[in-house]
Design a protein around this ligand. Structure first.
Ligand code: AMP
Ligand code: ZN
Length: 112
């Protein structure tokens, strides 16, 4: 096991509720959703933050971003959705393996 939660999810060492997987990218439901639908799109290869990306990551970032509308639609967000990439401590990032939050559909059902 590495000490990166998301690398462990990619490796299948930590369970996740996957909504998508290909050779480079995985998407899974956020464990603490802040909307009725809330999932994360991550690269399989570890990259800590958006600020660590270079031109080498252009195609990967494009692939991740283009998956957002497709997966959002599959998850029932026909009317639209929000995306968020927290970057660095000052940007509120808690898991240092780059991820795109995709969420929408109103308040989560379990929030009082
Ligand atoms: P961020 O603040 O952008 O780094 O967000 C990290 C997100 O990862 C938070 O919304 C967490 O709820 C989510 N998260 C942390 N651990 C897991 C996990 N094991 N499975 C799914 N989502 C997770
Ligand atoms: Zn990682």
């Amino acid at each position: 096991m590495t000490d990166c939660i998301f690398c462990n999810i990619v490796a299948g060492q930590i369970p996740s509720s996957k909504v998508y997987e290909d050779d480079e990218v995985v998407a899974f439901h956020d464990i603490h959703p802040f909307a009725r639908v809330h999932f994360l799109i991550i690269p399989k290869r570890h990259v800590a933050t958006l600020a660590d990306c270079t031109t080498e990551h252009e195609a990967l970032l494009g692939r991740m971003l283009l998956l957002a509308p497709r997966l959002a639609k599959e998850q029932g967000l026909d009317a639209g959705f929000k995306t968020l990439i927290n970057t660095g401590r000052g940007g509120g990032q808690e898991v240092f393996h780059i991820h795109i939050h995709v969420f929408g559909g109103g308040e989560p059902a379990n929030r009082s």
